[in-house]
Design a protein around this ligand. Structure first.
Ligand SMILES: Nc1ncnc2c1ncn2[C@@H]1O[C@H](COP(=O)(O)OP(=O)(O)OP(=O)(O)O)[C@@H](O)[C@H]1O
Ligand SMILES: [Mg+2]
Length: 309
């Protein structure tokens, strides 16, 4: 069919002419914009679950791997989706209540703009699951910062995932998991998105196939159950990766006891997690103990090893 697009088959087309609109300024001005576009694409592909692995290397290079269980990209088209104007939304543009006005939704440009802004961007696996990965130099494509007195920039990626996971308007979004590669690998295994393998070497190879770059040692830790799987982003804003609580046990008499509920504990965990990330650290195993006259908070603080692998 002739018109403002060229039919590429299997539902794909390349938009041409003014539809291409590729000379306009890129709407990808921050890493969070790229993450949002990856999430939208996964949702539009009918994903029920989306898994986002995030690493920061050399305090500078952000790698996002976005894995979803949606319908996938037909094999021959995986190489084309980063080209300008290539889309499956030319006939039925997606109505997106969460999209900013004036956005280019349905123009087949988001992945193209991501690739322009990235150091590298690729489709790792076209389907079952679908996996796309991009690495950004945060000196050229910055991350939005949260209000913080900390030294380093404080990534807002988790907040982006949280607001996407819980839009104010319907319809409900897919379940989204966010965390370092090891925790994402653990949750992929748990949900049978990838198959359990016998050895660390084999699991490392399978993980690499969906864009998760881990050491054999880490793969072995995941296999052995030594890594807590990422949890789905919850309404309270708590991130997966915060362990189980042990709360509200009184240790004697003499003083008021302040009970801390699950919701509050999750909020404290979210705050600690945010503060830790400002210094490129993670917090795990939060314990909140209410004692007469005092509250004890204890948590494990560590630097995610993926940064150094
Ligand atoms: N996770 C995914 N699963 C299945 N198909 C995908 C996925 N991500 C991208 N695609 C395919 O790649 C095409 C190009 O994606 P891209 O985001 O660049 O453009 P678009 O979504 O069509 O429009 P927009 O520019 O508004 O995002 C999509 O139309 C879709 O067919
Ligand atoms: Mg898109």
């Amino acid at each position: 069919m002739e018109g403002p697009y060229r039919d590429l088959g299997s539902g794909f087309a390349r938009l041409t002419g003014p539809e291409g609109a590729r000379r306009g300024p890129s709407p990808i001005t921050h890493v969070e914009d790229a993450l949002l576009e990856f999430l939208r694409n996964a949702r539009d592909a009918g994903a029920v679950r989306i898994f986002v692995a995030s690493t920061l290397t050399a305090r500078r290079f952000r790698t996002l791997t976005v894995i979803d269980d949606g319908q996938g990209i037909p094999e021959p088209y995986a190489a084309l989706v980063f080209e300008p104007g290539v889309t499956t939304r030319h006939l039925v543009p997606i109505a997106d209540p969460t999209a900013p006005t004036g956005s280019h939704h349905g123009g087949g440009l988001a992945l193209y703009h991501i690739k322009q802004a990235a150091v590298s961007a690729e489709v790792l696996s076209p389907s079952a699951p679908t996996a796309l990965r991009a690495t950004f130099d945060t000196r050229t494509l910055p991350e939005r910062t949260l209000q913080s007195a900390s030294r380093h920039s404080n990534s807002n990626l988790l907040a982006t995932v949280q607001s996407f996971a819980h839009p104010r308007k319907q319809p409900p979004a897919p379940d989204i998991y966010y965390g370092p590669p090891a925790k994402i690998l653990a949750v992929l295994l748990k949900n049978h998105i990838i198959q359990t393998s016998e050895s660390g070497e084999e699991l490392q190879r399978v993980a690499l196939g969906v864009g998760l770059d881990l050491s054999v040692r880490t793969a072995q830790r995941v296999l052995g159950g030594g890594v807590t799987p990422a949890e789905a982003i919850t309404v309270g804003g708590a991130n997966g990766g915060i362990g189980a609580s042990r709360s509200g046990r009184s240790a004697g008499s003499g003083g008021a006891v302040l009970p801390v509920g699950e919701k509050e504990r999750a909020e404290i965990a979210a705050i600690l997690s945010r503060v830790a990330r400002a210094g490129y650290m993670e917090v795990d195993d939060l314990r909140v103990e209410s004692r007469p006259g005092e509250i004890l908070l204890r948590a494990r603080v560590y630097e995610p090893e993926e940064v150094y692998e």
